[in-house]
Design a protein around this ligand. Structure first.
Ligand SMILES: CC(C)(COP(=O)(O)OP(=O)(O)OC[C@H]1O[C@@H](n2cnc3c(N)ncnc32)[C@H](O)[C@@H]1OP(=O)(O)O)[C@@H](O)C(=O)NCCC(=O)NCCS
Length: 199
């Protein structure tokens, strides 16, 4: 298992962008003890945050779900959830603390989710994203997601439409090259509880 991020981690705030090369991010499976921090982020980034019971029920579905948190030092700064069904990976949730956005935390989480899909035999990934959420869509496109349809009024509180996106051919050499380019662009280091990538 990788060393504890708190042993190697930089300060518990984003700091200067030049600190990016020193940034040590630790990705670990989400556990109940992370949920307080997760809920705090959830409340900040979504108009209709997931409830605690919803997170708990997701964590209980061990065979078909994979949830990871990103930690810097001892602080949870983001998280990502994946549902695996018949060869497809479905990103159920991905969010980064507003203080930590644009520090490649989302990229690290999505890269890890993609690798997790591959390890579990999934060759396609899908997700829904708000039509207006250009920031997330830009990140997804970097991972090869393309628009495939629209779910009308998907977000109940605002009746906003969801864009359905898919990424195919996760098991191809072309996609491996895409991931390797993404990975080589990540500054700092990323430690995953059962492996590591990045510098
Ligand atoms: C979407 C989200 C998870 C991205 O996390 P992040 O850690 O900030 O993303 P990264 O730093 O890894 O950025 C990856 C790329 O996404 C794009 N991107 C991210 N935020 C962006 C923004 N605010 N504006 C424009 N592009 C953006 C950029 O292309 C960026 O690469 P670059 O920094 O090299 O230009 C984060 O913005 C977030 O939590 N948003 C609120 C919750 C949410 O919308 N979740 C998605 C639901 S479908």
């Amino acid at each position: 298992m990788a060393s504890r991020a708190s042993d190697i981690g930089p300060p518990e705030s984003p700091g200067d962008p030049d600190d990016a090369d020193r940034l040590a991010v630790h990705l670990v499976p989400m556990r109940r003890r992370h949920l307080r921090a997760v809920m705090r982020i959830e409340a900040q980034v979504y108009p209709r945050p997931w409830s605690l019971p919803l997170f708990l029920s997701e964590l209980n579905l061990r065979t078909s779900r994979a949830y990871f948190v990103a930690r810097v030092g001892g602080t949870v700064v983001g998280y990502c959830g994946l549902m695996l069904v018949e060869g497809d990976g479905h990103i159920t949730n991905i969010a980064v603390d507003p203080l930590w956005q644009r520090h490649q935390i989302g990229t690290r989480l999505l890269l890890n989710a993609t690798r997790h899909c591959l390890a579990r035999g999934a060759t396609r990934m899908t997700l829904e994203v708000r039509m207006s959420n250009r920031a997330a869509q830009t990140m997804y496109r970097k991972f090869g997601f393309e628009a495939a349809g629209v779910r009308k009024n998907y977000y109940a509180e605002s009746r906003e439409d969801a864009l359905i996106m898919w990424a195919y051919g996760l098991d191809t050499a072309k996609y491996a090259e895409r991931l390797s380019v993404i990975e080589s662009g990540i500054r700092g280091s990323t430690l995953v509880e059962d492996g590591d990538f990045g510098r």
